[in-house]
Design a protein around this ligand. Structure first.
Ligand code: KIV
Ligand code: NA
Length: 269
């Protein structure tokens, strides 16, 4: 296999080499990111950044399969992990396996991600024992927004920090090859990372994690309605796209576009 494997990602723990990840949802962007990352995450954040949903809860398995397959067509060397959307894995280990197997078969991806701590450990064990690599996701888990009530950072009370820490240990023991820690207080993210035998992938969880992931549209400055504290803009594509559209519209209206070089002319004989 030319693509990086989940085993190789797991082995980066303790190597001193941070694990680099970005989300991707489409073939052309996957192609651009592929040379630079260890793994691409086809996140259910696609619901917000691509479809205009208010939360990730409206994303379906079919949507994730379509985007997972699109990303796979753009990748040569990176590992590709696809998010299991809300409602496709929480019910039982069997449900999770069935839907994740469909995801793996229909996209060719390398593994799946699902949200949750202790309560998902049995499911992660079931899946990993049966050939499905699982990336965990703890701390802020957006699919639980209706139960939790806010997107504020996690681990701010001792009780919450303890639950997140024991969740991390449970999913590691269950066989997760790595896990995302989202929007979590730095001391807790650091303690979890130090206690973990597999890489922790931070998003809003400090530099102490073993790797980092960002939502592509966030870091490209393409999705500018709201910028979480943990996002850094490495580009500002939104104003560039808006000004391209503005210039195009003006040129069409002034007939500056299309010019002769954009036009098919009959051959002169
Ligand atoms: O859906 C997503 O993009 C994610 C990352 C934020 C980790 O789950
Ligand atoms: Na997600």
């Amino acid at each position: 296999q030319r693509r990086k494997t989940t085993g190789q990602i797991r082995a980066m723990k303790g190597s001193g080499q941070p694990v680099v990840s970005l989300t991707a949802y489409t073939t052309p962007v996957a192609r651009l990111f592929d040379p630079h990352v260890d793994f691409l995450l086809v996140g259910d954040s696609v619901g917000m950044v691509f479809y205009g949903f208010k939360s990730s809860l409206e994303v379906t398995l079919d949507m994730m399969i379509a985007h997972g397959a699109a990303v796979m067509r753009g990748v040569e060397k990176s590992c590709v992990i696809v998010d299991m959307p809300f409602g496709t894995y929480q019910e039982s280990p069997e449900q999770a396996f069935r839907n994740a197997a469909r995801m793996m078969v229909e996209t060719g991806c390398d593994g799946v991600k699902l949200e949750g701590g202790e309560e998902m450990a049995e499911t992660i064990h079931f899946m990993t024992q049966r050939g499905i690599p699982v990336l965990g996701h703890i701390g802020l888990t957006p699919q639980s927004i209706n139960a939790f009530g806010s997107y504020s950072s996690r681990g701010r009370t001792d009780a919450e920090a303890k639950a997140i820490m024991s969740g991390a240990q449970a999913i590691e023991e269950a066989g997760a090859f790595a896990y995302v820690i989202e929007a979590t207080q730095e001391p807790l993210a650091k303690a979890i990372t130090e206690a973990s035998g597999v890489p922790t992938i931070g998003i809003g969880a400090s530099v102490h994690c073993d790797g980092q992931v960002l939502v592509a549209d966030d870091m490209l400055g393409l999705f500018s309605d709201f910028k979480p504290k943990f996002v850094k803009h490495y580009a500002s594509l939104a104003p560039q796209i808006a000004s391209a559209a503005e210039t195009y519209a003006a040129e069409v209206r002034s007939r500056a576009f299309p010019a002769v070089e954009h036009t098919y002319q009959p051959k002169k004989s």
